[in-house]
Design a protein around this ligand. Structure first.
Ligand code: UD1
Ligand code: MG
Length: 395
């Protein structure tokens, strides 16, 4: 308990340092050519980009400083030093650190999508090795209604490691593609992190308290440094967070999900990101053209955002695309106009879907609505995790 209080004090200092450092360093980023233009504003000022590297570094340093506090007892009595827990903590920090480096490389070099899929897989390897050595539990508990077919549990062996690697790829990229309006990347990560912290606090009373204490040791400094970044990234953004932030965040959530054994619950907190990913599949896999930016279109006359659109040339459409379009139209999930040669369709992101369903709105209002949706999904996740789970799993 004392270590958690000390961690909160450290994290408060980390918040203040992140806030101050971002303020001091942002011009250096512009001088180094790391800046972007806010596509949803009339003025075309240079906005420093990739400031997630600052919050990420402060987050990691806070975790490093916390090591002697967390393992203080073990340091006094080296014969009983908890090597397993220490290896877990170090592997977690190493994976996050790798992602920070790779994310920053992406921001500087603007890597292709295929690398964005490979990088998190590589960065999750230290984590998987520690998981193998410390737990190597590759068993899925089957929900009660399906037990007559599959039994109480299924050991999926090596596939479990593939699942965990894919979780890291999904978490990092899913945040990166629910992006493009001020404060959305940091806002969604903040809500997910807060949901995990609440879940950890509830579970501190249970028999998995060690795993949840580990999760809190990572999430509390993450939450504090993210809040420091949000202060500068909230509408109107004075800094952009870059892919660095999205990668660090995704990997942090994957790390706690894997090592604290609640990856399914972490996925429940990712409900909006899962919806956005599934909705994006036609464009991500190029069945429908995918422009470099799918963020909403800003109208300077009204100061409102509208859904952005892409053009599909009819003669380039294959049967698969046609069927997909028919299904999406039937489900009323797309808004399109057509002429003899082409179809103009909205870019398929959750952000654009909100604009189609709720009408054009200001950027800050759109951010707030998406974040409200994220909070509602976290509430749904808690209902699934607690009252509903008792119908599917033994207590
Ligand atoms: C992802 C999305 C892309 C979206 C972009 C916005 C996919 C496949 N990719 O690409 O559709 O347009 O994120 O971040 O879905 N920007 C703003 N306002 C903001 C944040 C970003 O205008 O609040 C613009 C700035 O010009 C900034 C750029 O987006 O420089 C950053 O884009 P980047 O993170 O490099 O895009 P991707 O992650 O590749
Ligand atoms: Mg990005």
């Amino acid at each position: 308990m004392l270590s958690l209080i000390l961690l909160m004090i450290l994290s408060l200092i980390a918040f203040l340092i992140t806030d101050e450092l971002i303020h001091k360093l942002k011009n250096l980023f512009i001088n180094a050519g790391l800046y972007g233009i806010d596509l949803c504003k009339t003025d075309k000022n240079k906005i420093p980009e990739a400031l997630g590297v600052v919050s990420g570094c402060v987050f990691l340093i806070t975790c490093f400083l916390f090591i002697p506090i967390a393992f203080g007892n073990g340091l006094m009595d080296t014969q009983h030093f908890p090597h397993n827990e220490f290896a877990e903590f170090l592997a977690a920090l190493l994976s996050i650190c790798c992602m920070l480096l790779l994310g920053f490389a992406d921001d500087v070099l603007d890597l292709r999508w295929r690398y964005k899929l490979v990088l998190p897989t590589v960065a999750s390897l230290p984590l998987l090795v520690v998981y193998y050595v410390n737990f190597n539990s590759t068993t899925f508990i089957i929900p009660i209604p399906f037990r007559s077919w599959f039994g109480v549990s299924v050991n999926i062996g090596f596939l479990y490691y593939i699942y965990m690697g894919m979780l890291a790829v999904f978490c990092t990229n899913a945040i990166n593609i629910l992006a493009g309006i001020n404060g959305i990347e940091v806002g969604q990560s903040f809500v997910i992190a807060l949901s995990i912290v609440v879940f950890d606090i509830i579970e501190l009373q249970g028999d998995q308290y060690k795993a949840h204490t580990f999760s809190l040791h990572i999430m509390i400094p993450y939450l504090a440094t993210t809040l420091g970044l949000l202060k500068h990234n909230w509408y109107p953004s004075r800094v952009f967070v870059g892919d660095t932030f999205c990668y660090v965040s995704g990997m942090t959530f994957a790390v706690v999900g894997i090592l604290s054994h609640f990856s399914k619950t972490v996925l429940l907190f990712f409900l909006p990101q899962i919806i956005n990913f599934i909705y994006s599949v036609p464009q991500l896999f190029h069945f429908i053209p995918c422009p470099r930016h799918r963020l909403p279109k800003f109208s300077a006359e009204t100061n409102l955002l509208h859904a952005s659109r892409s053009i599909i040339i009819k003669k380039d459409m294959n049967v698969f695309t046609k069927v997909m379009l028919q299904i999406l139209t039937l489900l009323r999930l797309v808004d399109f106009t057509e002429d003899n040669e082409s179809i103009t369709i909205n870019n398929m992101t959750l952000i654009n879907l909100f604009l189609i369903k709720l009408g054009p709105m200001s950027e800050v209002m759109l951010t707030k609505k998406i974040l409200l949706f994220q909070i509602l999904c976290s509430c749904v996740a808690f209902v699934i995790r607690y009252p509903l789970a008792t119908y599917f799993y033994d207590k």
